[in-house]
Write a protein that binds this ligand. Structure first.
Ligand code: HSE
Length: 434
């Protein structure tokens, strides 16, 4: 057997949380010891672990490691160099243990998007004050090295826009609805049975999990303090199979899309269902996969695609952070010192975009003309329009507008109400220029 490290001391981990990700990390540490040591010049060892249940069968031997019932105690142990926080949750034990680790001068590697999206600025300040680092590659888009791409690979660029599909469960639900022709509720139940949904499903389908990820990327991309509260959030619960089919008919796919961009009015961050061209890389994204699109002034557009969840991909990202620390790579949490991150003014989605509108009108002469006229009066120009498959006395209508602002659209939607020709509330979905 070849010798592992040179003279450098081992890098000792304390792992809190032994779910899918923690188990995956232990497997890599155990099975790839030689490779990890060869790449870093240090042996990577595990001193102690902690989880809710000690005896659960995990398919991995935790016998060699000390057990701690309390993650806070684990975080402060003398034989722990990196506290690996894989518990999850924005507050409670994950926060307490992370703070304890930093107070004890440890480095922290975490997969916890909620914790950093809500407390990232204060934790980054604490880490920097203590001379520690916090790394969180696994928190955003699972196995895709997107934090590294932004912080390092694109460090010489001014970032124009960050976009992405960052919740695999939502993408699974939307693509499965389309492929199987099933309604949302049925596919949601399927996803639940397959174990795809978070313990609180609203984190997934309400767009919160993906919103956390977007807020983290926006901070690095724009040098601003992470501000999850300013993300305009809308989940996928109201997307119908009818919309998916109608969008397809017009050449689009519906995605839960995150977009962050700096505008003249401030930082725009939104996570909402959008239409994207079916032929675009985002439009072609199937199943539980994630995709992040980064746009820099020098590099242009780059597209990263890969598994956004799961044992191997997420553990791969955690290991990348651990190996960086082993190699002596010590970057600020959000790519620049936390004290230099600006507080961004939050801007509502103000940039003009085309919209897809679907509505049911009473099927009588002049109904469509009233809608067209309301759009015209709001200054909205129609790009394409289609009336399809009459249903008894109602006429389903699809309209794709030219670029317009959300305020003009709001004005038109109000005017629609007054026409007396609507059968139900119209659906309006932004079409993203990707
Ligand atoms: N629940 C997330 C997803 C993975 O479906 O992508 C963890 O963030």
């Amino acid at each position: 057997m070849s010798k592992t490290s040179a003279s450098a001391s081992p890098l000792r981990l304390g792992i809190a949380g032994l779910g899918t990700v923690g188990t995956g990390v232990i497997k890599i540490v155990q099975s790839q010891a030689e490779l990890l040591a060869a790449r870093t010049g240090r042996e990577i060892t595990i001193s102690a672990v902690s989880a809710r249940s000690r005896d659960k069968e995990r398919g991995v031997d935790i016998g060699p490691y000390d057990w701690e019932d309390d993650a806070v105690v684990l975080a402060g142990r003398d034989d722990v160099d990196i506290f690996v926080e894989l518990m999850g949750g924005s507050d409670g034990p994950a926060k307490a243990a992370t703070e304890a680790a930093l107070a004890a001068g440890k480095d922290v590697v975490t997969a916890n998007k909620a914790l950093l999206a809500i407390h990232g600025q204060e934790l980054a300040l604490q880490a920097e004050g203590a001379g520690s680092v916090i790394r969180f590659e696994a928190a955003v888009a699972g196995g895709i090295p997107v934090i590294k791409s932004l912080t390092e690979g694109l460090a010489g660029n001014e970032i124009a826009r960050v976009m992405g599909v960052m919740n695999g469960t939502c993408n699974y639900i939307l693509t499965r609805m389309e492929d199987a022709g099933l309604p949302y509720d049925e596919v949601f139940a399927e996803a639940d049975a397959l174990g795809f949904l978070e313990a609180d499903p609203n984190l997934d389908v309400g767009g919160i999990d993906a919103g956390h990820k977007l807020a983290l990327l926006a901070s690095i991309a724009f040098g601003t303090q992470v501000d999850f509260g300013a993300v305009e959030l809308e989940g996928i619960g109201s997307i119908t199979i009818e919309d998916i089919r109608a969008a397809d008919d017009m050449g689009y796919k519906i995605k839960l899309l995150g977009v962050a961009q700096m505008t003249g009015r401030g930082l725009e961050q939104r996570m909402s269902p959008c239409l994207v061209p079916a032929s675009s890389p985002l439009g072609q994204l199937q199943g539980g996969t994630n995709m992040v699109v980064l746009e820099g002034d020098a590099v242009g557009q780059i597209v990263l695609r890969g598994a956004g969840a799961g044992e191997g991909p997420t553990a791969s990202a955690v290991m990348a952070d651990i190996l960086d620390i082993a190699r002596g790579v010590r970057l600020p949490t959000f790519g620049q010192p936390a004290s230099t991150l600006r507080k961004a003014r939050a801007a509502r989605a103000t940039l003009a975009a085309p919209y897809y509108l679907r509505m049911h009108l009473v099927d009588k002469p002049g109904a469509l003309a009233k809608i067209a006229s309301a759009l015209g009066e709001a200054g909205i120009s129609i790009d394409r329009m289609r009336q399809y498959g009459h249903q008894d006395t109602t006429a389903p209508v699809l309209i794709v507008t030219h670029k317009t602002t959300s305020s003009a659209l709001d004005e038109a939607m109000m005017a629609f109400e007054g026409t007396g020709v609507l059968v139900d509330t119209p659906v309006a979905i932004r079409i993203e220029d990707v």
